[in-house]
Each structure stands twice: as C-alpha cells, then as structure tokens.
Design a protein around this ligand. Structure first.
Ligand code: C2E
Ligand code: MG
Ligand code: MG
Ligand code: MG
Length: 265
C-alpha cells in the first residue's frame, strides 16, 4: 500500500514538473465523413517524459483527475488547440476543420470554467465555431441543470459539444434530449466487436437510430477495419475516427493530409 502511495506521489510530482518543463504535447487524430474527407481532429494529450519516452494519457489522466492537476492540464490543452485553430485559419486547406478537445468532469465543474474557455478562445483569436468540447457521461451526471446552462452559454458563442464514450456510462436517455449536444461518440468498445458480436451490433444500431430520431450527429470511434466502417455506413453513421483513417499524430502529419481528396478508403 505504501509503495502505491509513493508511486502516486512520484507521478504527481512528475506531472507538476512536466507542466513547468513543457513536456506535454497534443497529438491529433483525423475525423472523417462518409466519403473519407477530413472534417476535423481530436486533440489527444501525450507526455514526452525525459526518461520514459512518449507516455499516453491512460498512465496519468486518472491520477491527474484525482489530484486536481487535470484542471491545469485541460487549460493547457485548450490553449494549444486554440492556437492551432488560429494557425489554420489563414490556411485555406485547413480553415474549415474543427478541433475537438476533451474536457474532464473536474475541469468542467470548476466555478470559472465557462469564463476560462471564453478567455482562452479570445486571447488566441480562435474561431469558436471551429471548437468542439468532448464531455463524458460522468460530467453530465451531477447537477444537470448547471451543466446545461454552462453548455448553453458556450453554445451561444458557437462552441459545440460531443458526448464521448457514449454507451459506457449511466446517463439517462432523457438527458440526451435536454443537453445541447451536437453529436454523440459511439464508444470504441462497441465498434470493436460490431462485426463479431450480435449484441454490440444491436447496441450500435440502436444508438444510430436513436440519434437520428433526436436529430443528433453521430461519430464512431475506434474504427479499425473496412468491415466495421461498412457496417457503420450502412446503418447511418456520419462520421468516423480510428486507425483505419489515421492514428493520433503530430500536427505536421495532419497538415499533410490533402482535404479535398480525403483519406482513401
Ligand atoms: P477518448 O477521448 O475516448 O479518446 C479516444 C482514444 O481512443 C484515444 O486514446 C485514441 O488514441 C484511441 N483510439 C482512436 N482510434 C483507435 C482505434 O482505431 N483503435 C484503438 N485501439 N484505439 C483508438 P488515447 O489518446 O490514449 O487517450 C485516452 C483517453 O485519455 C481519451 O479517451 C481521453 O479520455 C483522455 N484524454 C486524452 N487527452 C486528454 C485531454 O487533453 N484532456 C482530458 N481531460 N482527457 C484526455
Ligand atoms: Mg475524446
Ligand atoms: Mg472517446
Ligand atoms: Mg473511448
């Protein structure tokens, strides 16, 4: 037990140092439409640890959420993503892409969350219409009325919301109707087995049908094979993200994708 506590304390200190030494980096994963045309990207954090190399978020996001460091990390990520949006604005190839940024529950529930987002968008001169925030069902679980009012406030300046990892949490379907969401993201655990597992296929179909009825957009995450993509298209999925189209990559890689032609399927 003591060893576990020591390790947590060590990681916490390392995160603090990583933030001040600028060791974090955003990777971007392509999001495409039914034609394979690039429409946006999800910003995913990576940690260039001096001795451990490239560290993925599953190693530190949960702990950062517990210690509260996620607030600083999330602010940093939003700032970098907004700088990227600004940089793309003058580049006719990329000016219509949006960037999706993950927001943790702890970050969203900070009293000054809305003001912080508005401030970061503003100081960077980023177009809020190109910014999307990904919330998980845990964000939405407590205090739905406050959540809705914050979302509406940000909606008011053009910022959109996606509900991430959809299907894995506990959100009631009635919330789905009330929340000002642009889209739901079907969790990759369902997409993964959609061909082999009849119940996952049924869940995916149900999410797609329900979203259509509610007028919500849908994006599938974790699309790795042509068969999964064909299944999703057949059942009305509009957008896709996954290794089939591209892994999370450094910004230069994303900038090299020629949008008018999109990604070959
Ligand atoms: P997420 O938001 O659900 O992101 C999708 C995850 O699925 C990413 O993992 C991505 O690399 C992975 N993925 C995408 N396509 C495929 C695929 O075809 N196959 C497989 N096997 N995996 C795929 P990643 O980058 O390790 O991020 C993990 C989680 O960490 C994210 O899940 C998100 O919850 C969190 N995260 C990442 N960046 C941030 C951030 O800036 N702030 C916050 N609060 N959380 C973040
Ligand atoms: Mg996400
Ligand atoms: Mg997700
Ligand atoms: Mg997921």
């Amino acid at each position: 037990m003591q060893a576990a506590v020591d390790e947590r304390t060590a990681i916490q200190a390392a995160i603090r140092q990583g933030l001040s030494n600028d060791e974090f980096q955003l990777y971007y994963q392509p999001q495409v439409d039914q034609n394979g045309t690039l429409v946006g990207a999800e910003a995913l954090i990576r940690w260039r640890h001096p001795s451990k190399g490239l560290v993925t978020p599953d190693f530190f996001i949960e702990l950062a959420e517990e210690t509260g460091q996620i607030v600083q990390i999330g602010t940093w990520a939003l700032d970098v993503a907004c700088k990227q949006l600004k940089a793309w604005e003058s580049d006719s190839n990329h000016s219509r892409l949006y960037v999706s940024v993950n927001v943790s529950a702890r970050q969203f529930h900070q009293p000054n969350f809305v003001d912080e987002v508005l401030r970061i968008v503003e100081i960077n001169g980023a177009n809020p219409h190109r910014l999307k925030l990904e919330l998980t069902e845990t964000v939405v679980l407590d205090n739905v009325d406050t959540v809705i009012s914050r979302m509406k406030h940000l909606n008011g300046v053009g910022i959109e919301f996606a509900l991430d990892d959809f299907g894995t949490g506990y959100s009631s379907l009635s919330y789905l109707k009330r929340l000002p969401l642009t889209e739901v993201k079907i969790d990759r655990s369902f997409v993964n087995d959609v061909i082999a597992d009849a119940s996952d296929a049924a869940i995916v179909q149900a999410i797609l049908a329900m979203s259509q009825t509610l007028g919500l957009g849908v994006i599938a995450e974790g699309v790795e094979t042509r068969e999964q993509y064909d299944f999703l298209v057949k059942h009305g999925c509009q957008k896709f993200q996954g290794y089939l189209f591209g892994k999370p990559m450094e910004i230069d890689g994303l900038s090299r994708i020629a949008i008018p032609f999109g990604i070959k399927l």
